[in-house]
Write a protein of this length. Structure first.
Length: 456
């Protein structure tokens, strides 16, 4: 009886196989080198910390809890903040870390994550992580940072520099003040869906920030406290569509109750934007259809905008005198206030508008008339002392001014000394100012036609 000879197993060979073997050998050497160095300074590593060290040479994901279906057992998901700082700054460990960086999922960071004055050369992503003691990125130099979901205490990131994008989104919430004042971001700055809570002061301070790309405070973004963008410089556009900016008044003595600074929802005085500013309604994956909400003054005084300012469908309510202030603002395109709902004065004093001023269907309430008790105006804080609904004295408009399609003002509309290159159209508008003059346009110049078919 003859038997066929057995075929010897085929052993992979060739350059690709050798490269894989060499790669695995290098990863093993790097992993052993990282562990030996870390154990000189840190003892009793948690499961999450061991997973982190194993992932550094691979650029992989560190999952700090067991996935569902693996027994439901929760691993020790604690990551010490000082270990993370050491991993990000130790030269030998950084040299063994994959260029793709690290991703940490479902971790709890024990202590303040202090990367202040550090130079981190690889990307870092935190997903659904918690920083109960906060984050300090003061004067740090980062490659790229993404924080998606989770929560944190106060964030200090003044003068931080980011080589690519900075994203703090995905319903990530911060309790306490967050500061990115004087930061320099060479990519985009995204806070879509982020929540920042500091009701007695500044929720998010981005004063004098410089961003080469877009800034997004949109979709389900929510700030309880003032958001500062004063003096910011943006290389692209500012997106706040669908965001809720809930400025709150500081608790103070009764005689200081009229503190204007504390009632600001968004303070972007002197902002420079190459593209557009959007304070409008959005429809997206995170929100079906949400308008911009500003509870407190929205301040764009002295803003310099390359194209349009879009406030269509925005809802503005101010307990002070001003709902929207755009004094001396300059735009290269149109200012859209169509279907705006404002309780408080809308100011465009001395503004320079490169396109049209569109106020179709807008409704602006700022007192000046007797508002019956129980009416929507009285219930939502119409200021009985307010004189002006729309104040556009000395405005310069290169196009047409449209106060049409149901435009309604409770309070005086002012166009004193305005210079309008196109037409002034008020067809279908309703202007009410009680016993005062509803429309004042002393000294105004209009290059086109004037249509005053109002419903007063």
């Amino acid at each position: 009886m003859s038997t066929s000879p057995t075929t010897p197993p085929v052993v992979p060979s060739g350059p690709p196989f050798r490269l894989r073997i060499e790669r695995r050998r290098e990863e093993g050497v790097a992993r052993r080198g990282i562990f030996s160095r870390v154990l000189r300074y840190f003892r009793k590593l948690s499961s999450a910390e061991r997973s982190l060290l194993n992932a550094l040479p691979l650029g992989g994901t560190v999952r700090c809890t067991d996935p569902a279906g693996a027994g439901g057992e929760v691993l020790e998901g604690r990551l010490r903040a000082e270990l993370l700082r050491w991993v990000c700054t130790d030269p030998e460990v950084c040299s063994r870390t994959d260029i793709r960086g690290i991703e940490v999922v479902n971790g709890t960071i024990a202590g303040v994550l202090d990367l202040s004055f550090c130079d981190v050369s690889f990307p870092i992503l935190f997903r659904d992580c918690h920083f109960p003691d906060g984050i300090d990125l003061t004067s740090a130099k980062l490659c790229r940072l993404e924080i998606q979901g989770g929560s944190s205490g106060p964030i200090r990131a003044s003068f931080v520099e980011v080589a690519y994008d900075l994203a703090i989104d995905g319903n990530f919430s911060v309790k306490g003040s967050t500061s990115f004042a004087d930061a320099n971001i060479h990519g985009s700055f995204g806070c879509r869906g982020g929540r920042f809570v500091n009701p007695q002061g500044v929720a998010l301070d981005c004063s004098r920030i410089e961003v080469d790309g877009d800034v997004e405070f949109s979709d389900r973004f929510r700030a309880l406290g003032t958001v500062h963008l004063a003096g910011a410089k943006l290389g692209s556009s500012l997106y706040c569509g669908g965001g809720r900016f809930l400025g709150r008044r500081r608790k103070s003595r009764p005689e200081a109750a009229a503190d204007v600074q504390s009632t600001r929802a968004l303070d972007a005085e002197g902002i420079e934007v190459r593209g557009d500013i959007y304070l409008d309604r959005v429809t997206g994956s995170l929100s079906s259809s949400r308008p911009f909400h500003g509870f407190g003054e929205v301040r764009l005084v002295g803003a310099n905008v390359g194209d349009t300012i879009d406030c269509r469908d925005a809802v503005l309510r101010s307990r002070g005198r001003k709902a929207l202030a755009m004094d001396r603002a300059k735009t290269g395109g149109t200012v859209f206030l169509a279907d705006l709902r404002a309780r408080g004065e809308v100011r465009l004093v001395g503004a320079v508008i490169g396109g049209n001023l569109e106020c179709r269907g807008a409704r602006i309430l700022n007192g000046g008339i007797a508002v019956p008790e129980g009416s929507p105006g009285r219930r939502h804080g119409t200021d009985p002392r307010g004189d002006f609904a729309l104040n556009a004295d000395r405005v310069r408009v290169s196009g047409t001014v449209h106060l049409t399609h149901g435009f309604e003002s409770h309070g005086q509309v002012r166009l004193v000394s305005a210079a309008i290159t196109g037409s002034l159209v008020l067809t279908g508008a309703t202007l009410r100012a009680g016993d005062d003059v509803a429309l004042r346009a002393d000294g105004a110049t209009v290059g086109g036609n004037v249509y005053l078919n109002t419903n007063r």
